[in-house]
Design a protein around this ligand. Sequence first.
Ligand code: HEC
Length: 197
Amino acid sequence: MAKRPKRTSVASLSKFGVPHKSRNKTVLNPVLRGMKGLFSRHPWLCIGGFVSFLAVCSSAAHPFGTPKRFDARRPAVEDLKIPPEVAALLRRSCTDCHSNQTVWPWYSYVAPVSWLVERDVAKGRNRLNFSDWNQYSLKQREKFFSDIASAVKNQEMPLSQYTLVHRRAKLSEEEKDAVYVWARLERRKLRTISAGK
Ligand code: HEC
């Protein structure tokens, strides 16, 4: 059998105008020319192909995890036994990413946006999941309360890419204070409990 010369890189290079001796002989050229002809005659085919490609990506590809699969109907913040006004704030600004009760908007099903949303939710739940509150140790809860207080105070949470779309999730200065004061108070309570042991 005769040895075939390597041609894969030639086809991609020739696209960028890199001159090459065997440019016209490349095997891919007729295929590309055929596709170009097909798409210019049937532009809908091109659009349809792209939409199907996105659909496949949206349903089958999850490069950052599949948090939608773990949406057990576990309570969001009920286990924390907190004042209702603070619970309402957490539900409004945090539980989409920090509980198993995520409300998934339509664009969270369309790649590639879905991947960014899934990444934030997977990472957020991984760091702190209010639905798992009962499983956290006292030490962990203490740490969470102090992290929550500083994340809200320093405007690190809720994430800015989230409030950009979820305008309602933005916390006013008073609301930030309410979460901060509550988290600090709970932390102090836990500290006295663990000190008394
Ligand atoms: C859009 C999703 C999203 C929302 C909404 C959100 N978070 Fe987060 N949160 C994350 C992600 C992602 C991380 C992990 C960040 C990292 O590891 O870099 C995180 C981390 C944290 C941490 C750990 C802090 C740290 O220093 O790592 C705390 C505490 C936290 N979030 C609290 C909150 C609170 C409180 C709210 C609501 C006021 C909130 N988050 C809203 C996605 C979110």
